[in-house]
Design a protein around this ligand. Sequence first.
Ligand code: OFO
Length: 172
Amino acid sequence: MKIKENILNALNGQIKAEFDSAFLYLSMAADMYKIGLDGIGHWLYVQYREEQDHALKIFNYLVQRGEKPELLALEQPVYEWEEPCDIFRLALEHEQFVTRSINELVSLAKSEEDYATDVFLHWYVMEQIEEERQVQDILDKIRMAGENGNGLLFIDDELSERKYEPIDQETD
Ligand code: OFO
């Protein structure tokens, strides 16, 4: 069964939102590498790769449903960050925005009785819990470290351990 146009548009919009997220995290990583916080930069770079996977999972779902995904123009990240605290505060706001966007998509799928898309989106609903929690945890630690440079270096070291794990692209 073909996907209704309004759902298709919303899913294409979510592909863009996920690639925008990737771009945002990559620009944050660039700033952290620039000031020598390579562990935080590494964490953000891994996040960039995960966000690309989030976008590709929707891309692959549309292909599987016999649709042609539309790739919309991406936003250029406009900020320059110098403080990790600012980065993770913005990252949290951003993830909360993405959560709202996913929830709206779920509501749309339900109201249009597109049960396959509704089930497909459950993965994103659960993923957003993790996305918000991990950014919140890092923000809390950075706030706790405050002006303590050693505390920040400890966090930098901890975040350098993050491993990239490709996200399963199967939708069935
Ligand atoms: Fe794709 O979850 Fe973050 O933005």
